[in-house]
Design a protein around this ligand. Structure first.
Ligand code: HXC
Length: 257
């Protein structure tokens, strides 16, 4: 892989995936996205991994889709390149994904961060959907996910003006989970992942799926989906272990079965 670096044993059960096109501020070319998809799908299949962190570098998480590669394309070129099928495959990853964001998270970079399950931001993080400034609009879910995350008024403002917002502002809108000093953002993401990997991986997968379903369905269907996943946890040994451990006042030892 040229543009993605994976460290599988960064911490037990936690994989770190780094976007690596530093000179281009991690601009998300189709090749980078395909490599990211491949890396995430491999990690999703790897039983030793229970949580994934996606990060960039201090300067940039990602400054958006690669404008230079798109500039001359026609609508039909874009249709045939079909880059969003890669994004759709990333969306289907079952394990929890945390975005550790420092610097620019713009356009597709902001959309990628929002596609993750949680965002830990450094104080230097800048989020935005600046597509409007180059004559296009968000294409990888920005109009939908940003609106669900921050509400219509703010989403409309950010999408129509292309204004960047800092980490604290993003926190105040509920776009990110936590803001920490720049030297801490990766550490903080690892701490969050460490907490999650102690849980039953089956329950984590079913919970992630059910929370995500709330974005896709009306309440009745969402509740019925949640209920089915809730019942399904009772088919796992982890549920028996978790409830037994509670009653025996000890820490549960989850096996992922
Ligand atoms: C290609 C990019 C890039 C991008 C930066 N670079 N962003 N290349 N695509 N999205 C390149 C620059 O051309 C430059 O390379 C190098 O990275 C450093 O960038 P500078 O502009 O010199 O840095 P700076 O002055 O610090 O400004 C940083 C910046 C600015 C504010 C982030 O680069 C910027 O506005 N970038 C574009 C942001 C954007 O519009 N993103 C949305 C893209 S559309 P060279 O070799 O020239 O020095 C999109 C649609 C999503 O994401 C659709 C779904 C996939």
């Amino acid at each position: 892989m040229e543009f993605i670096k994976v460290t599988e044993q960064h911490e037990p059960a936690i994989a770190l995936v780094q976007l690596y096109r530093p000179k281009e501020l991690n601009a998300l070319s189709p090749q980078l996205m395909q490599e990211l998809r491949d890396a995430l799908q491999q990690l999703d299949r790897n039983d030793a991994v229970r949580a994934i962190i996606i990060t960039g570098n201090e300067q940039a998480f990602a400054a958006g889709a690669d404008i230079k590669q798109m500039a001359d394309k026609s609508a039909i070129d874009m249709l045939l390149i079909d880059q969003f099928s890669t994004w759709d495959q990333i969306r289907k990853v079952k394990k929890p994904i945390i975005a550790a964001v420092s610097g620019f998270a713009l356009g597709g970079g902001c959309e990628l961060a929002m596609m993750c399950d949680m965002i830990i931001a450094s104080e230097t993080a800048k989020f935005g959907q600046p597509e409007i400034k180059i004559g296009v609009i968000p294409g990888a879910g920005g109009t939908q996910r940003l609106t669900k995350a921050v509400g219509k008024a703010k989403a409309m403002e950010l999408v129509l003006t292309g204004r960047f917002i800092g980490a604290e502002e993003a926190l105040s809108y509920g776009l990110v989970n936590k803001v920490v000093p720049v030297e801490m953002y990766l550490y903080e993401a690892i701490q969050l992942a460490k907490e999650i990997v102690q849980m039953s991986p089956i329950a984590v997968q079913l919970a992630k799926e059910a929370v995500n379903r709330s974005f896709e369905t009306h309440l009745d269907e969402g509740l019925s989906f949640e209920r089915k996943n809730f019942y399904l946890t009772f088919a796992s040994e982890d549920q028996k272990e978790g409830m037994k451990a509670f009653m025996e006042r000890r820490k549960a030892d989850f096996k992922g079965k």
